[in-house]
Unconditional design. Structure first.
Length: 101
């Protein structure tokens, strides 16, 4: 039950951060690519945890939203960008993953 509450509260924080960035970045495509790339990078860098990776980053990123809004070329660009961001996170992380503070 504790992990469920941590993940749920983290998802709320992630969704609020996503909304705040949406106010600052008016282009829906730019917003989705930026959010998902940053999310993938941080998922690669951080040690898995209910609050940070599952909750905050799960609420922050949104693969379902971009699939519904954009066509195949954008889907391919998003997938490629996020894969590269994740790989960059892996390459820049020591063997022991970081714990967010």
């Amino acid at each position: 039950m504790k992990d469920t509450l941590l993940a749920g509260s983290g998802a709320a924080v992630g969704a609020l951060a996503r909304y705040a960035l949406g106010v600052l970045i008016p282009s829906p495509l730019t917003l989705l690519v930026a959010i998902n790339a940053v999310g993938c990078f941080l998922i690669a860098r951080w040690k898995p945890s209910p609050f940070w990776t599952i909750g905050v980053l799960g609420g922050f990123t949104s693969y379902s939203a971009f699939q519904a809004q954009f066509s195949l070329p954008y889907f391919a660009a998003m997938l490629g960008t996020c894969l590269l961001a994740y790989l960059f996170g892996e390459l820049t992380t020591s063997r022991k993953r970081l714990t967010p503070s």
